[in-house]
Design a protein around this ligand. Structure first.
Ligand code: NAP
Length: 294
């Protein structure tokens, strides 16, 4: 047993995650590592909130909580509790980071998942401007990915999903916002209408997550021959079946761990009005991998 005491005192700022469930979260690793690295007097914990996220946000403000992350299933439900919503988060219709604004008497909502994905992609030199993109999935994450790729100048974005009507709804909505981006919806079971050229494929379904690591949402090898770069939002397992299929067909493949890392980094920067440096990012990446037993 360690006899070191935690450096928590009457000035310690408290941050945390609300969602349900939250037991599996790696966000405390990100934020507590950054706080220790920078010597910031803050702690980050997880608050399971089963229902009434609006009350939870109001209660957090009353308690002086400095900021919150919001995860499934509350990313849209908390919006009515906010005094302001960032433009991009408003368009996506989902927030994952709340920043305390004492002068306005509440929290402002941001979506750091997409800047996080964008930074993760930039770090790997993956370009979006001028690119042809295929997105697998049409859930909350896929919708935000479609918005991000259209806003960053992709020329063509195809959204393929098991439930085609959900892909169609995303395409309709994003075409209205970004008419210059050529968008189309399709089924993961009908791959005849894919772009002619090789494309960037972003895997945004929940298929292949541990403990179903042996599954990929599309198993057809011919599909993978069309992919020059595959990005899986899933990070557990570290090497997903989707990534393996992309590599077997000659493409480059990345998992979602850097996206997770950078969405946390962007939130930390918003809360502390600072830029997180690359040395700190590398330390957090190491800690996340240790946490995953890698
Ligand atoms: P969601 O809203 O529940 O959407 C799930 C998506 O997966 C839907 O498109 C669904 O298709 C599809 N799907 C589920 N089971 C399927 C199956 N057996 N066959 C075919 N398609 C299936 O989830 P989400 O919030 O968008 O998250 C999607 C994934 O992204 C999750 O794995 C999540 O962990 C990951 N994610 C990662 C990060 C990160 O930081 N790395 C951030 C956000 C999300 P239907 O519409 O037909 O049901």
């Amino acid at each position: 047993m360690s006899t070191d005491r935690l450096n928590i005192d009457g000035h310690t700022r408290i941050f945390g995650l609300i969602g349900n469930p939250v037991g599996h979260t790696m966000s405390p690793v990100i934020h507590n590592t950054l706080a220790a690295y920078y010597g910031h007097n803050l702690i980050y914990g997880a608050f399971p909130v089963a229902d009434d996220p609006v009350k939870a946000v109001e209660g957090a403000y009353a308690l002086g909580i400095g900021g919150l992350n919001v995860t499934v299933p509350h990313k849209s439900a908390v919006i009515p509790a906010l005094v302001e919503t960032d433009d991009f988060a408003f368009k996506i219709g989902a927030v994952n980071t709340l920043v305390r604004m004492d002068e306005k008497g509440g929290y402002k909502g941001y979506n750091t998942d997409m800047p996080g994905l964008y930074r993760a992609m930039c770090q790997e030199d993956i370009t979006i401007a001028g690119e042809t993109v295929v997105i697998l999935g049409a859930g909350g994450a896929a919708r935000a990915v479609a918005m991000m790729t259209a806003s960053k100048g992709a020329v063509r974005v195809s959204v393929l999903n098991r439930t085609v009507s959900k892909a169609e709804a995303i395409v309709k909505e994003i075409t209205a916002l970004y008419p210059d981006c050529q968008m189309c919806a399709g089924s993961i079971y009908d791959l005849h209408d894919l772009p002619e050229e090789k494309f960037l494929c972003i895997q945004a379904t929940s298929t292949g997550m541990s403990p179903h690591a042996d599954q990929a949402v599309i198993e057809d090898g011919a599909f993978y021959e069309r992919i020059h770069t595959g990005f899986d939002l899933v990070y557990n397992p570290y090497d997903t079946k989707f990534m393996q299929l992309v590599r077997q067909a000659g493409g480059k493949a990345y998992n979602g761990l850097n996206m997770l890392l950078y969405q946390g980094v962007v939130a930390y920067e918003l809360w502390n009005d600072m830029q997180v440096g690359e040395e700190a990012v590398s330390l957090v990446r190491r800690r996340l991998k240790e946490e995953m037993g890698l």
